[in-house]
Design a protein around this ligand. Structure first.
Ligand code: PEP
Ligand code: MN
Length: 340
């Protein structure tokens, strides 16, 4: 239920009402809904709870019901698209968010060199894995804490925002204060303990869709982070597993309009893991922007074939530099359809 307060209600008054609801056993959150303050009851409602419990409270003008199960990730409470600000860059605004970098941080020189070239090509966000979720335990597992330090330094030196994955709570401790956007990978999309823990921070979280997750499951995973108190969630579609085995995954571009309709959270597309094939990355990146994605995340290396991980899907720094202007042109058309 969503309590819509009187026009005259002030924020301090709404805070008092929140406290009262908490003592009544409800979990509630405050949000601005148009010109009104709204208080959403997210849990504590049972079969005995009647609408009258709320309409009789002071300040409550009327009560609305949620039309979606993802109460905080949806658009019932917050209609407007979320714009996340991080280190003076934005995700979800008119500016296209370009996240680029290697699959894995391999050494200090490598991440600095790639940071410099992707930044020169127009990327403001630097990706790089320090803790790698590898299918085989015998494959390169990442540089760990050392890698976290390297990507932080490379991001700072190039005025970029760092994006890196954490897989458990110990890694989260290492990353906090150093990584600007925490990535939760596809394999951990439903690791609820981890979701709750990143939800206790205010650090933006990029949540990747599990390869067998429905949109509902994806948004419910996001809901865990939001419900724990962190509103800064970015959704990332990275391909799902289908019967097609030619590509690594099937990139679900359709996720963009669906997630945008259902949710106010920014949507990023990862055409690298979504296809697993280098030559497919530029066309699918363009398709993602054309579909209305807020940005893309791509794996880039100066020597793609020698990448320690995901070499087949890495594009060269040159290819990335050629790709960016076409993405910006498509974005401009999307934001202003009258452009000729
Ligand atoms: C990655 O982005 O480095 C990664 C491992 O992706 P995913 O979780 O989508 O497989
Ligand atoms: Mn990868």
């Amino acid at each position: 239920m969503i309590l819509i307060l009187d026009k005259k209600a002030t924020h301090p008054e709404a805070e008092q009402l929140l406290e009262r609801l908490t003592t009544m056993g409800f979990k509630a959150v405050k949000e601005q809904k148009g010109d009104r303050i709204a208080i959403a009851i997210v849990s504590g409602i049972d079969a005995n709870t009647k609408e009258e419990h709320f309409t009789s409270l002071p300040l409550v003008d009327h009560v609305e019901t949620f039309s979606q199960q993802f109460k905080l990730a949806g658009r019932d409470l917050r209609e407007k698209q979320l714009i996340i600000d991080v280190r003076e860059k934005t995700i979800g605004s008119d500016a296209l968010c370009l996240i680029a970098g290697p699959c894995s941080i391999e050494n200090e020189e490598q991440i600095h060199r790639i940071a410099k070239s992707v930044k020169a090509a127009g990327a403001e966000f630097l990706r790089g894995g320090a803790f790698k979720p590898r299918t085989s335990p015998y494959d390169f597992q990442g540089l760990g804490a050392e890698g976290v330090q390297y990507i932080q330094d490379a991001a700072r030196e190039n005025d970029m925002v760092s994006v890196s994955e954490v897989m458990d709570l110990g890694q989260l401790d290492v990353a906090l204060g150093k990584i600007d956007i925490l990535q939760i990978g596809a394999r951990n999309m439903q690791n609820y303990s981890l979701l709750k823990e990143v939800g206790k921070t205010q650090v933006p979280v990029m949540l990747k869709r599990g390869f067998a997750a429905t949109y509902r499951e994806f948004l419910m995973a996001a809901e865990y982070i939001l419900n724990a108190g962190n509103p800064n969630v970015i959704l990332c579609e990275r391909g799902i597993r289908t019967y097609e085995s030619y590509t690594r995954n099937t990139l679900d571009i359709g996720a963009v309009p669906v997630l945008k309709e259902l949710s106010h959270l920014p949507v990023i597309i990862d055409p690298s893991h979504g296809t697993g094939i280098r030559n497919m990355v530029p066309p699918m990146a363009r398709a993602a922007v054309a579909a209305g994605a807020d940005g893309i995340m791509v794996e880039v290396h100066y020597d793609p074939d020698r990448s320690y991980s995901d070499a087949q899907q890495a594009i060269s720094t040159e290819t990335f530099a050629e790709l960016v202007p076409s993405l910006q042109t498509i974005r401009a058309v999307i934001s202003n359809p009258n452009i000729s």
